[in-house]
Design a binder for this molecule. Structure first.
Ligand code: PLP
Length: 381
């Protein structure tokens, strides 16, 4: 069975986790800070907080921004629900702008059209690993006084058109990564927030651990060595040292993972380009995507098969596929909460009708890759 995505755990990864298990600290030890420093070094951002999940990272940064109740945040419908959910957690109304038909990322002109006097936040997603058009989006944000959170759950290892790494926050207030096993590097569960903003960083630090601090510089009084204060209502979003050790060890191989993923994507593109009923993904000029997903668009009518039939037929060949994503506003909770937005993002809706994610992961062998390509080529027969 070839799944659409899968982690690779090396002997070094296992040794790193085992070393923590034999150490004094399973959590709140030295590994969390080591992983955070390594992520800062990799991306060039000044600050990093690693947390329990990518979702926790998104929630933490939106909460730390302390935007007024009733604010609106603009994001893409072509994402995992967590991007928009992080706004909903904080009483911010998620508003969906449409995507670009080539990059499948937020369309800057559609974002401009959705701005109202209540808009405070913009959360682009670097879909499938390809960075969104950050120069254009950050210009819009500047003009309208919006905060920007980059959801880079797909995009650790990717580079912007200026060659600098995703996560450096040169175009945003904060950038979020996820280390779920299906993502490019994993810590089991886990996530991170990168930022260059010291105030935002201090607030997130407090919120990550119940809103409680023991930092003498922050306490309102000095009573003794036991003394600590809960200064705000936070959460328990910490990462364990086992997770941090795994994430740190995986980060050492990120560039290797990226190279293999890019090779597989180039081979897919070459082999599938000739199929008139299939559209291969396009990397925008100057960007370097650390492809998390390999998404094609299929003209199901042209091959006389529904998407379900295609997925079933590939499954019969031992090949797993997936659909990324159902437009977020189609989900029942979103319809109930914010009204039926069907038709509001026609490009994303059309894309959703055709998309299919094919297997892409570091350990996908050349033989398995050929098997997938041949199974796709056979679909029209
Ligand atoms: C995976 C993912 C998340 C959430 O990450 P978790 O670590 O699973 O909580 C958020 N946004 C996007 C786009 C994702 O793919």
């Amino acid at each position: 069975m070839i799944p659409y995505g899968k982690q690779d755990i090396s002997a070094a990864d296992i040794a790193a986790v085992n070393a923590v298990l034999s150490s004094d600290f399973l959590t709140q030890g030295p590994k969390v800070a080591e992983f955070e420093q390594a992520l800062c070094a990799y991306t060039g951002a000044r600050y990093c907080l690693v947390v329990a999940s990518g979702t926790a990272a998104l929630h933490l940064v939106v909460a730390a921004m302390e935007l007024p109740e009733g604010s609106e945040g603009i994001t893409t419908p072509n994402t995992f629900a967590a991007t928009a959910n992080s706004m909903a957690y904080c009483g911010i109304k998620p508003v969906f702008a449409d995507i670009d038909p080539i990059s499948y990322n937020l369309s800057p002109s559609s974002v401009s059209a959705r701005i109202t006097p209540a808009t405070r936040l913009l959360s682009p997603v670097h879909f499938a690993g390809q960075p969104a058009d950050m120069p254009a989006l950050s210009l819009i944000a500047k003009k309208h006084g919006l905060k920007i959170i980059e959801d880079a759950a797909h995009a650790i290892g990717s580079r912007y058109s200026d060659g600098s790494p995703v996560g450096n926050c040169l175009f945003s207030d904060a950038t979020v990564f996820s280390f779920h096993p299906v993502k490019t590097i994993t810590s089991g569960e886990g996530g991170a927030v990168m930022t260059n903003d010291p105030v935002l960083y201090q607030r997130m630090l407090l919120l990550r651990s119940h809103g409680i601090t023991k930092d003498p510089a922050l306490l309102s009084q000095q009573s003794g060595p036991w003394y600590h204060e809960m200064q705000t209502l936070g959460w328990h979003y910490r990462m364990t040292d086992m997770q941090a050790a795994l994430g740190f060890s995986q980060l050492q191989r990120l560039d290797l993972f990226k190279a293999r993923r890019r090779t597989l994507v180039a081979q897919y593109n070459q082999a599938l380009a000739e199929l008139p009923w299939l559209k291969t993904p396009q990397e925008m000029e100057g960007l370097s995507s650390c492809f998390h997903l390999y998404v094609v668009e299929i003209d199901y009518a042209a091959i006389g098969k529904s998407r379900s039939q295609v997925m079933d037929s590939l499954m019969a060949d031992g090949i797993g596929t997936q659909v990324h994503y159902i437009p977020v506003y189609h989900h029942p909770w979103y319809r109930e909460q914010y009204g039926d937005k069907t038709g509001s993002c026609p490009v994303a809706e059309r894309y959703y009708q055709h998309c299919l994610s094919l297997p892409l992961y570091f350990t996908l062998s050349d033989e398995e890759h050929r098997h997938v390509i041949q199974a796709i080529q056979r679909l029209a027969r």
